[in-house]
Write a protein that binds this ligand. Structure first.
Ligand SMILES: [Ca+2]
Length: 192
């Protein structure tokens, strides 16, 4: 129930405000471009032993997500980027996503998010073998920019890596949009 509420809020935001975005990656890859280890697919719980824990089984929502090698460990000495290109940042308010981070820390292998070339997030590399939500403030950005998830690895200890699901960019609501959200929310509640 909580998941449906979250997805609905993001989907509404994405449809009602120009430049906003949401994908749960179930129907398709969300239009993201992955290099090297990043793959769109259905994780199968690949066992990361002896270096670390297992990858998730499925995504945070449903079956599909993006991950640094689906069904296996990440590669050594590789920089892999996952890009949501050309976002209008003028009205952007938040960037949110769910991550499953299993790379052991943030000293050797690093999992970072860049917006318009600026680093906005460095994961601690350990979400405790569970999905967790990350919400980042985009209000200081303007113009058009890419949102990039960069996973960089060293030559030692290959673990299952980084998995991303339910990626959402919300815009600051334009005047009148809040009322539309209210009507839509009411309609959803009545259908239950
Ligand atoms: Ca999903």
């Amino acid at each position: 129930m909580k998941l449906l509420a979250f997805a609905s809020v993001c989907a509404l935001a994405a449809s009602a405000a120009s430049g906003a975005y949401f994908s749960d990656f179930e129907a398709d890859d969300g239009g993201l471009i992955g290099t090297n280890d990043w793959e769109w697919g259905m994780p199968v719980g690949f066992d990361g032993a002896p270096y670390g824990g297992a990858e998730p089984i499925g995504g945070y929502s449903g079956d599909y997500c993006w991950g640094t090698v689906i069904g296996g460990a990440h590669s050594p000495s590789t920089i892999s980027t996952l890009t949501l290109a050309g976002q209008n940042l003028d009205l952007a308010e938040t960037l949110s996503f769910w991550e499953y981070s299993e790379s052991g820390g943030n000293t050797f292998d690093t999992a970072k998010v860049f917006v318009g070339g600026t680093e906005v997030y460095l994961s601690d590399g350990n979400s405790g073998l569970a999905w967790r939500e990350v919400v980042l403030d985009l209000t200081g950005f303007s113009g058009t920019g890419d949102i990039v998830f960069e996973f960089s690895t060293t030559s030692v200890v290959e673990r299952v890596g980084w998995y991303i699901d339910d990626l959402c960019v919300t815009d600051i609501p334009a005047p009148g949009t809040i009322a539309l959200f209210g009507i839509a929310g009411l309609a959803i509640r009545r259908r239950r």
